[in-house]
Design a binder for this molecule. Sequence first.
Ligand code: NAD
Length: 698
Amino acid sequence: MSVVNHVVNENICVISMANKPVNALSKAIRVGVIDAMTSAINNDSVEAIVITSELALFSAGADISEFSGGDLSPMLPEVLSVIENSPKPVVAAVNGGAFGGGLELALACHYRVTVKHNKVGLPEVHLGILPGAGGTQRLPRLIEPAKALQMIVSGAPTPVKSISELFVEIVDAGDLLATAIKIAKHSVGKTIPAANLIELSQSAEIEALFEQTRQQINVKMRGFFAPNKCIDAVKAAFELSFEDGLKREGELFMDCMKTPQARAQQHFFFAERAAGSLPKIAKDTPTRDIQKVAIIGAGTMGGGIAMNFANAGIPVVLLELEQVALDKGLALIRKNYENSAKKGKLSQEQVEQCMALLTGTTTYDDLSDVDLVIEAVFEKMSVKKQVFEALDKVCKPGAILASNTSTLDLDEIAASVSRPQDVIGLHFFSPANVMKLLEIVQGAKTADDVIKTAMQLAKKIKKVGVLVGVCFGFVGNRMIEVYGREANRLILEGATPERIDKLIFDFGLPMGPFTMADMAGLDIGYFVRQSRKEFIAHDPSYCTVADELVEAGRVGLKAGKGVYLYEQGSRKPISDPQVMEIANRKAKELGIKQRDISDQEIVERCIFPLINEGANILQEGIAQRSSDIDVIYVYGYGFPVYRGGPMQYADEIGLEQILARMKHYEKSLGEYGKHWFTPSPLLVELAGKNKKFAGYKA
Ligand code: NAD
């Protein structure tokens, strides 16, 4: 069957796109639409044309895999020009989602009809580019300019009812084709209302709209290149003729397309999709049915994790040993839901529905019917083992036993039960009901069906699951340890926390390492260091200022004081000169010479060793692919998506460069450098071959 079909019936030609799975506008479909349009235009018995889709979506837009090369002719704008300039009226019957080029195709048609509850959008900005097939010129001509601008700049899917002016009619799905044909018949012999015939003009109001949108995106989309170019393109629709506007759009599209940001964002688009695939697991592996979940420990993480399942409609039983702790945990969950309701994100009815799915218990006997248990008790091996031994006794055969441990050896936990094949790590990030990342930790004996079930479950609770292997800190925290270590060392060498935080913020992370540590609680790192003294024994400078702060009760935001000070009820960090006094004293004691450190050195020393650790992780097979590390860093730590994640960032600037700088610090930082800046063997190997992390297979 062809990817584009057309039939003529009662003088109407219906062209339908059928390029499975999502009608990506690849070359075959572009050629097919031009051929079908040409045939309809040349067929004297055809008076009007309807374009629709045979699939659930109208079209998801461009075939992004073509961006990296291939035969692009005919380009989409050529196809749209044939449609728009057709002497016979063309009606788009938008039966499902129309995104990017898919919506641009509908905009080039003379009339549109769609179905209730449908959504359409121009998501190109998420790929670091802008709609390049006339979307920025046609949309503001067809709907309110403010709405058009918002759609293009945000890339968000928009409910058709909020842009109803774009459609002649919005009907029930069953009536769509008949309505489109009716509109087509009515339009015969009438003036064709093509978007390119509409003239837009500038006004003070429009100018103000552009200015206001620019200010908004400079805050909301800080650091991104494409959103401002989107504004420039829409502005051109008001300043230039349609033809010149299209040209300008094309130039701006190319400006975006050749940036590292576009490469990074397109890399990330594929990275996110690749993360879900499990090539080492047979496709026909069955999954286990998860109807009911238990969470052990209703603390910070347990409560948040429970909310994810309740939100997905899955009943959860929470276990604490003491009723007081259980009541506290449940009350906190209710408070979180009530806060969402106050903000209008949930109705009171939804709050009650979620709460009704959550029950508490203080006895393990109540866990005999659950399909999955997630343990989120204190981070102590002896406590974890006690919990797993208790679970082994009461849980039914086939129940998945998961741990939310951040640092402990999952295989040791699994060894404490009679069914290690059912044990897996489900490492949620805090706040667990908000953060999208889920590291799925595969133990030495974890069964394939357990891994596949966990990956599927991640999607169900709206998380991005990434499979990782067992090691200290898994992928995310193992890498962040390196970053935190360098930030802490830099203050001993004379850089202030404020300066380091500002530079990392400017690099694109949501906050710098010290603000983040204060938020997470300095005590978390402290306890980890206490349990890993052998790891740092040779380096007395290791996080020594942070240790002193914790020992003085300065554990961060929750205490009102950490690296920074906080006024009651405020999360805004206030500088405290005392911290640098501690750093200066410690530096003297340790014989560390303080000096002026360049901005470049600060950023490189925080980011490059983190990348180097990523290389080790990749070589050890702890991550399946380098793009998985990028997904973990973007979703778990706010690494700017416009840099694509740390590994893509390294690939972009070149592994040779990273290696050269690692070697530089290895030498220039004396004993410290010798120990902590050893280049990863994989980095050395790939840089030597002029290769990238992308595509490396352990
Ligand atoms: P928490 O102290 O807030 O909560 C732990 C809860 O477990 C407490 O309510 C405690 O009463 C309960 N508990 C302790 N022993 C128990 C037992 N034997 N049976 C039943 N309940 C018991 O701790 P948290 O921050 O929620 O951390 C829990 C786990 O999640 C740890 O393994 C931690 O490493 C991991 N984790 C924490 C974070 C974070 O940012 N806080 C992030 C990811 C993972």
